[in-house]
Design a protein around this ligand. Sequence first.
Ligand code: MLC
Ligand code: AMP
Length: 507
Amino acid sequence: MNHNLFETFAAKMRERADANFIITREGRYYTYQDALRISAELAGALTELGVTQGARVAVQVNKSPEAILLYLACLRIGGVYLPLNTGYTGDEIRYFLKDAEPALFVCQPRLEDEAQALAAETGCPAVATLGTADDGSLMEKSRRAIPCEGIATLGENDLAAILYTSGTTGRSKGAMLTHRNLASNAETLVKAWHFSANDRLIHALPIFHTHGLFVACNVILMAGASMLFLPKFDVDVIFSELPKGSVLMGVPTFYTRLVQDERLTPEVTAHMRLFISGSAPLTSETHEAFEAKTGHAILERYGMTETNMNISNPYQGERRAGTVGMPLPGVDIRITDRESGHEVAEGDIGILQVRGPNVFIGYWRMPEKTREELLEDGFFITGDLAMRDAQGYVHIVGRDKDLVISGGYNVYPKEVEQIIDELEQVEESAVVGLPHPDLGEGVTAVVVLKQGCHVDEAAIIGHLQQRLAKYKQPKQVFFVEELPRNTMGKVQKNELRKRFADTYRSA
Ligand code: MLC
Ligand code: AMP
């Protein structure tokens, strides 16, 4: 395997030069030939803006085909792509810019002034803009720049991207992903899921996370296939596009919304080859209802930002509801007892660890955190609780880490609690995820006020609004006299989850 991701893509792009790579609903399209040419032009612009091999390029832009061409340009010159959720607030962005020290910050045109201010404050030397219609200063510059036709020479541990995952201690950690990590995983997934040049992926995920960026786009590039780029997941649009696609990748919320719709029939999905779900648990009920309505068994897989994809249900063979399947080729797993660290017996629950060429090389400038989670023998401690059954299928049964997954987005309670606790009226708080019919889990805050103090839900949400992306903000806030604690004084979040379990049941 060639570990240089762009070289691997480029070989396919040349082979498929006249074929469509990305198309939009408005009829805009880029062939592979276009992608080769424009990525060279953008690479020229990046170079002029001071991006050198190993330099980070922070990108917070709305979804567009050009954003993927920018990702390709970055790979081409050995830059390190650093995508950021468009929902992040200025406070959140400030931290990433300070921590990653990018050579360039690419933002939406309408946020240029804010971006300039943040860049000046954090010492980021350059800012460029990218819109959603082939516009912005970066595209303009690329049209005038000397194209950079070459491809950087890279070692197998050279970084392709840094993706930030929120930290359990409140500080986000930058997962360093190498070209080898991404190339090996894309190659594995193309084979495992039988992707070919004939595929057309309906792409409705955001492109600032592993799922929408690497699982979706890298696999398409590796197969020389095409994708229909949709700005977001919209049920009506999906139904109108399903007859033209062959694969849909989504988080469970995509499927729970589709299943509730009477338009979901065998006919509308007849052209589709495959439905894939991941990023959060897909319930057996949704899996079964989808199969009953369409005849398609959703293929559920399991992955993480730090590891790419690890475990998948089979393409051929039984796709078992409520399980994530078996380790992908090249991936080793072990399920260990939290206390002893020894592997548990088949059927027992333990902490899932994974190892393989897909596993990241560490957290950016956090050697201690890296040592805690990435063991010397190469296994990464996922923090997920798993069980392997007698047929070898892995079940993700819960989490050892304090994490909420809302509509496929991770929310670390600590980060939210810390900001709530800043309010002078607040004694303490606990943030938990409660069952939510649409989002899987709903972020919920339970707050204890200081004696004699008063503050309401709106004030708490108002305080969070400036600081945290919308999806991290609690959908509901409860006030209690005290938080339940065990004998060690640790807050028993399980008790809170039980007590407020029905909060969103009829949502
Ligand atoms: C949007 N909102 C959310 C939310 N998404 N709130 C909580 N959790 C979410 N996930 C907010 C909006 O800001 C809006 O607020 C309100 O909720 C209603 O929005 P909506 O129109 O219903 O949301 P929608 O645009 O439909 O988005 C829902 C979604 C989207 C599930 C389609 O969140 C999504 O595409 N999620 C995918 C996340 C993802 O790609 N995860 C992969 C991570 S990688 P208001 O007040 O403005 O109305 C990974 C590794 C792996 O995990 O294994 O893949
Ligand atoms: P992220 O850090 O955003 O990459 O999220 C990774 C986490 O998502 C994993 O550690 C799991 O907790 C969860 N996850 C991903 N895929 C699945 C799945 N199929 N079933 C259950 N949880 C999943």
